[in-house]
Ligand binder design. Structure first.
Ligand code: ZN
Length: 127
């Protein structure tokens, strides 16, 4: 594994995405939800997965993942905020209703007024 992408970066976002997609496809085929002929797609996904993990062209694989993360950023943001909100005991995370800027405030302060640091919009949040 030395000098391979997978040994340096492990399961990055793009690799994880391909892995989840492959598992989903497997379930859909096993449960006959989609015809068996689509299993070819699953093989392609598995080949892609191994290709990424064992690739020696680390900068290229890294760049692909960066591109993937940039493309999926807007879609994954609410999930990442949700995860932060359930895992962080110190801060509460939310977005500005005016400009969608990601903000955080210390917990257990009751209802507080927030001044968005990007657009200066004022609004109330319950911490
Ligand atoms: Zn704002």
């Amino acid at each position: 594994m030395y000098g391979r992408y997978g040994s340096q970066y492990g399961l990055d976002s793009l690799t994880k995405f391909i892995l989840i997609l492959s598992i989903l496809f497997n379930i859909l085929i096993i449960t006959n939800f989609i015809p068996n002929k689509f299993s070819t797609i699953n093989y392609v996904l598995i080949i892609l997965l191994y290709h990424r993990l064992f690739s020696k062209n680390i900068p290229k694989r890294y760049a692909e993942n960066q591109k993937f993360e940039a493309l999926t950023k807007d879609f994954t943001r609410p999930f990442r905020r949700f995860y932060k909100n359930i895992s962080d005991r110190e801060y509460k995370y939310f977005k500005c209703p005016n400009c969608n800027q990601e903000l955080r405030a210390p917990r257990r302060k009751g209802k507080i007024m927030i001044n968005c640091n990007k657009c200066k919009h004022k609004f109330q949040v319950r911490t």
